[in-house]
Design a protein around this ligand. Structure first.
Ligand SMILES: *Cc1c(COP(=O)(O)O)cnc(C)c1O
Length: 400
């Protein structure tokens, strides 16, 4: 079958809740993917940072196949021999005390909201049904009813109400406003270290440090959503390390499986997790042996193959290279590690058209909002390949 036939079937039979680029992929290796016509592309999105380790990493693949041949799912009604080892390794790596495994990122967010609410009632002493979680404008935390209920993006919310109460929205990047928003009923502050979907929005230097202090002073749990920024993407294992802090609760997902399988987790450094008792929360697939075996290996290769350090080095190189490109279309270039945003002036005609032109040149990336392209290649990319990317970006921005 040819590209247009695949697209036709998808459009006819699938819900139109996405607007993908018209490229139909059937193979991936490292930073490269191939389409059904045999054309090769460099993947500069990494499935929204779920394939930080590169496509089809051979060691993760072996672990997945080996585990699939042994045991895939026990449910949590029984124990399995991978879960404890997964806990042990991830706790040691991230300096956490407790873990709660789920599948998608949105589920990790839902989980942490339940946990901090319960903590609020049981430990902090918040009156029944009064718990409040503070979030930031332009956040992205997933797509469930509760989560889109506290989104400020109209297209995420419109038509999906009524929404879950108990959330307060403040601007991102201003710690003083957090302080003012906290009440005795505030149980948590949920925030992304860098707002990825919003267009790689980096808060002012020291923001998280200040936020951490304010949370501690007010007995509010700091919850960092590191589903996109975590696991090496910004040049550190967790983005919180740039500010030298530790969140009370950290959410990870996406690259936790290297793109093989949905695996997410809530990591806890506090007493919060202990409020959850048997029967109060769970997931049939959460913590299954296949997920745990994949996640263990995904974490192992991330660390052992130096991907985190590489993200820091290559990120700087990429960012500097982009800044050398002179174009009147560019409003701003910003980034940390290999999470980079290029914002166009609105007169440039929209980021989408540039993504389409880049695709024709063998580079896959995706617009976020109307005027921003996010560049986030797998963390295994090397200098020559970044040069190759920069050359194509320069060509397209200069109108060829
Ligand atoms: C992708 C993402 C999520 C949601 O993860 P899903 O697996 O798509 O549910 C939540 N938070 C952030 C910051 C993300 O980037």
């Amino acid at each position: 079958m040819e590209t247009q036939q695949y697209i036709h079937i998808e459009d006819q039979l699938g819900a139109h809740n996405y607007k993908p680029l018209d490229v139909v992929l059937n193979r991936g290796k490292g930073i490269w993917v191939w389409d059904v016509e045999g054309r090769k592309y460099l993947d500069c999105l990494s499935s929204y940072s779920a394939v930080n380790q590169g496509h089809c990493h051979p060691e993760i693949q072996r672990a997945m196949v080996a585990q699939a041949e042994k045991l895939t799912l026990t449910s949590r009604a029984f124990r399995n021999d991978q879960l404890g080892l997964f806990y042990q390794e991830i706790c040691e790596l991230t300096n956490s005390h407790k873990v709660l495994p789920m599948n998608s990122g949105a589920e990790a967010v839902e989980t942490v909201i339940k946990a901090v609410r319960k903590w609020g009632y049981q430990i902090k002493g918040v009156p029944e049904s009064q718990a409040e979680v503070i979030v930031c404008a332009n956040n992205f935390h997933g797509r469930t009813i509760t989560i889109v209920g506290f989104s400020t993006d109209e297209s995420s919310r419109e038509g999906f109400g009524p929404f879950t109460p108990g959330f307060k929205i403040i601007p991102f990047g201003d710690a003083k406003l957090l302080k003012e928003a906290i009440t005795p009923n505030t149980v948590g502050f949920l925030v992304e270290p860098i707002q990825g979907e919003a267009g790689v929005i980096i808060p002012p230097e020291g923001y998280l440090k200040e936020v951490k202090q304010i949370c501690r002073q007010n007995n509010v749990m700091l919850i960092l959503d590191e589903i996109q920024t975590g696991l090496g993407r910004t040049g550190k294992l967790l983005a919180e390390e740039h500010d030298g802090i530790e969140a009370d609760l950290t959410l990870i997902g996406k690259a936790l499986s290297g793109g093989f399988y949905p695996v997410s987790a809530v990591l806890s450094n506090s007493e919060v997790m202990d409020v959850l008792k048997p029967g109060e929360h769970g997931s049939t697939f959460g913590g299954n042996p296949l997920a745990c075996a994949v996640a263990r290996t995904a974490l192992k290769v991330l660390v052992e193959e130096g991907m985190i350090e590489n993200a820091a080095l290559m990120g700087t190189y990429f960012l500097e290279g982009l800044k050398q490109i002179k174009s009147p279309l560019i409003k701003e270039i910003r980034g940390k590690g290999l999470l980079i945003g290029l914002e166009f002036f609105s007169e440039a005609g929209g980021a989408r058209s540039y993504c389409e032109k880049l695709m024709e040149k063998g580079l896959l990336c995706k617009e976020t909002h109307d005027n921003i392209i996010r560049f986030a290649p797998p963390l295994v990319i090397v200098k020559d390949e970044i040069d190759w990317v920069l050359e194509r970006i320069a060509t397209v921005l200069n109108g060829d």
